[in-house]
Design a protein around this ligand. Structure first.
Ligand SMILES: *Cc1c(COP(=O)(O)O)cnc(C)c1O
Length: 229
């Protein structure tokens, strides 16, 4: 049996609870109120669920697939032009055109070929979504992301050579490891290369991510409940 879907009231209450947990975590970390943004991850969620989050005032959303976003989002974007759409899943170079057209922020830049494809599309479409480089902090072979020791070279290609709007780094810690080690590593790399945004922290660990300086939190199930993938 599929999990019962969250009602509009549930989603509104969940959003309020997550926002309040974020603010409390910021306060305990001695950080400024509002200094970590909440991205509601709506992959695998229904249009009704997204509509409820919009009604509750949420404006930043994360999706992990280009096609699913093309199907779900155009109407919402028309009705809410202030929505900010984040691509948090892996991106193939041959989908760069669609990604540049659809998204406002792309968190998953992880190789040279993709950086070049995005640069070409941004010129062609005269649209410049902001970019983050995904770092495979756990060096997991099956996972997307650039290896930590190759991050500097990719940053320098994106920022210095291609003049891309690079704003930060993103990571997804290995499921079975202490996330704080990975958050600390990402923060350290970002500091060294002077990138301000840190996209890290999900439903299970966003308060820890806040403690380690996260500025963009990607939270799905804690807001929307289980996904119907
Ligand atoms: C699905 C996903 C999330 C959200 O995960 P939850 O555990 O549902 O909060 C965050 N980041 C990425 C990259 C994801 O793919």
């Amino acid at each position: 049996m599929p999990a019962p879907s969250e009602t509009s009231e549930d989603i509104s209450a969940n959003l309020a609870a997550v926002r309040s947990r974020i603010e409390n975590a910021l306060k305990s970390a001695g950080r400024k109120p509002g200094s970590a943004g909440l991205i509601a991850v709506s992959k695998g969620q229904s249009e009704a669920a997204i509509a409820s989050a919009l009604t509750a005032g949420q404006r930043e959303f994360g999706e992990n697939r280009v096609q699913e976003t093309q199907r779900k989002w155009p109407a919402f974007k028309r009705d809410h032009p202030d929505c900010v759409l984040h691509l948090i899943g892996p991106l193939q170079s041959n989908k760069a055109a669609d990604a540049v057209a659809l998204f406002d922020v792309i968190h998953s830049v992880d190789r040279e070929k993709l950086a070049h494809a995005l640069a070409a599309e941004m010129d062609r479409q005269n649209r410049r979504p902001k970019l983050l480089i995904q770092v495979n902090t756990g060096e997991e072979p099956q996972k997307a992301g650039v290896a930590p020791e190759e991050t500097d070279a990719l940053v320098s290609l994106c920022r210095d050579e291609l003049k891309l709007p690079l704003i930060g780094l993103m990571c997804i810690p290995p499921v079975d490891e202490e996330p704080s080690l990975h958050f600390a590593l990402l923060r350290e790399i970002a500091r060294r290369i002077d990138l301000p945004e840190l996209s890290m922290g999900m439903s299970g660990d966003f308060e820890i991510a806040v403690q380690f300086g996260a500025t963009m939190l990607r939270v799905g199930t804690a807001i929307f409940g289980a996904r119907n993938v």
